[in-house]
Design a protein around this ligand. Structure first.
Ligand code: NAD
Ligand code: LMR
Length: 329
C-alpha cells in the first residue's frame, strides 16, 4: 500500500476549502491508490464550523481518508506535512484590489512560513492561494528559507483556466485544443494572459482567431478582471473554480507536463526573463513529475515585454510594502 500523503489546508472552514476538501479526500489530486491525511487549520472562531465540515467528510466514508487533525495550532497543523495549501485569509470585496488585502492578510504568512520550516516534512511543497498570493508567498518563503525555492508556488492556474476557456469559446473549439497559454506576473489586474504564444489546434491563436483587436480589447481585460466580475455577480469571490485550480496546480507539479503544453504557476524567480530574483512571478512552467522548471527561451515581443514590465513593477512595489514582515525585522 502506498504511503499516505499528509496535506495541510489553512482556512479549512472557508468557501474554497468546502469545494476542495471533498475532492482531495476522494483522490482527485493524488490518485486512487494514495491514502490521505488531512490537517485542517483554522482560527478559533471558525473551529465550530470546521467540526461540521469534518463531520461531512466522515459521512462521505471516503476509503482514502485515513486521518483528520483539526487545529488552530500551526506546529501541530504543519507537523510532517508533504503539502501545505495556504488558503486561510480574508477575501476581497467589490471595489477592492487584491493588493488592498496585504495589510490584513500579509501578517498571517510570516508565522506560517516559520512553522512550515520547523515542522513540515523534509519534502514539503507549499501552494499559496490567499491573496495577494504572490506576495503572501514571498512573506512565507522569506521566513522559511530552509525550504528550497523550487518547492514554493503561488496560484495563477485559475487565470490560465479562465484564459483557455475564453480562447476556446471565441475560436469555437474544444478546450483541449487550446495549449501553451502563459500567465505572466502577478495574480492581479496587471497579470499578462499571453495570447502571443497560445496555440489552438496546433496553430498560433492569432491565426485561428482572425480579429486582432479582440485579444487586447477583450481577451486580456476579461481574464484580468474575471475575479472582480465574479465578486460582482456572486457577491462573494470565486470558490469552486478556485478549488478546482488548486487541484490542477498540485497535479501540474506532481505529474509530468504534456510534451506540447506548459503549466501556469507562480514560482520563485531565479532571474528568468529579467525578473528580479526571489520574486514570486507567474511564468509558463513545465514539470518532470518531481521538479518544476520555468520555460525559458521564448521570444518576447515588445507589447508583451511592456506588459510584463508593468506586472513586475507591481510585484516589486508589493515587496517594498511588506518589509516589516521579512525576517530581518
Ligand atoms: P473565506 O472567507 O470563505 O474563508 C477563509 C477562511 O480562512 C475562513 O474560514 C477564515 O476563518 C480562515 N482564516 C483566516 N485567517 C486564518 C489564519 N490565520 N489561519 C487559518 N485560517 C484562517 O475565503 P475564501 O473564499 O475561501 O478565500 C480564501 C482566500 O483565497 C482569499 O484571500 C481569496 O482572495 C483567495 N483566493 C485566491 C485565488 C487565487 O486564484 N489565487 C482564487 C480565489 C480566492
Ligand atoms: C479570483 O481571481 O477569483 C480570486 O483571486 C478572488 C478575487 O479576489 O478576485
Amino acid at each position: 500500500m502506498t504511503t499516505p500523503v499528509r496535506v495541510a489546508v489553512t482556512g479549512a472552514a472557508g468557501q474554497i476549502a468546502y469545494s476542495l476538501l471533498f475532492r482531495l479526500a476522494a483522490g482527485d489530486v493524488f490518485g486512487p491508490e494514495t491514502p490521505i491525511e488531512l490537517s485542517l487549520i483554522e482560527i478559533e472562531p471558525a473551529m465550530a464550523a470546521l467540526e461540521g465540515v469534518a463531520m461531512e467528510l466522515d459521512d462521505c466514508a471516503f476509503p482514502l481518508l485515513r486521518r483528520m487533525e483539526l487545529t488552530t495550532d500551526l506546529a501541530r497543523g504543519f507537523d510532517g506535512v508533504n503539502w501545505a495549501l495556504l488558503i486561510g485569509s480574508v477575501p476581497r470585496k467589490a471595489g477592492m484590489e487584491r493588493r488592498d488585502l496585504l495589510g490584513v492578510n500579509g501578517a498571517i504568512f510570516r508565522p506560517q512560513g516559520r512553522a512550515l520550516a520547523e515542522h513540515a516534512a523534509s519534502d514539503v511543497r507549499v501552494l499559496v492561494v490567499g491573496n495577494p498570493c504572490n506576495t503572501n508567498a514571498l512573506i512565507a518563503r522569506e521566513n522559511a528559507r530552509e525550504i528550497p525555492a523550487e518547492r514554493w508556488f503561488s496560484m495563477t492556474r485559475l487565470d490560465q483556466n479562465r484564459a483557455r476557456t475564453q480562447l476556446a469559446q471565441r475560436a469555437g473549439v474544444a478546450l483541449d485544443e487550446v495549449r501553451t497559454v502563459a500567465i505572466w506576473g502577478n495574480h492581479s489586474a496587471t497579470q499578462v494572459p499571453d495570447y502571443w504564444h497560445a496555440r489552438i489546434g496546433g496553430k498560433p491563436a492569432t491565426e485561428v482567431i482572425d480579429d486582432a483587436a479582440w485579444f487586447d480589447e477583450h481577451f486580456i481585460p476579461t481574464v484580468q478582471q474575471r475575479g472582480a466580475a465574479i465578486i460582482k455577480a456572486r457577491g462573494a469571490s470565486s470558490a469552486a473554480s478556485a478549488a478546482n485550480a488548486v487541484i490542477d496546480s498540485v497535479r501540474s507539479v506532481i505529474h509530468p507536463s504534456a510534451a506540447d503544453d506548459w503549466e501556469a504557476l507562480g514560482v520563485v524567480s531565479a532571474g528568468e526573463y529579467g525578473i528580479p530574483e526571489g520574486l514570486f512571478f507567474g511564468f509558463p512552467v513545465r514539470s518532470d513529475g518531481e521538479r518544476v522548471h520555468v520555460v525559458e527561451g521564448l521570444d518576447v515581443p515588445e507589447p508583451l515585454a511592456a506588459r510584463i514590465a508593468v506586472t513586475r513593477d507591481e510585484l516589486i512595489a508589493e515587496r517594498a510594502e511588506i518589509g516589516d514582515l521579512l525576517p530581518s525585522h
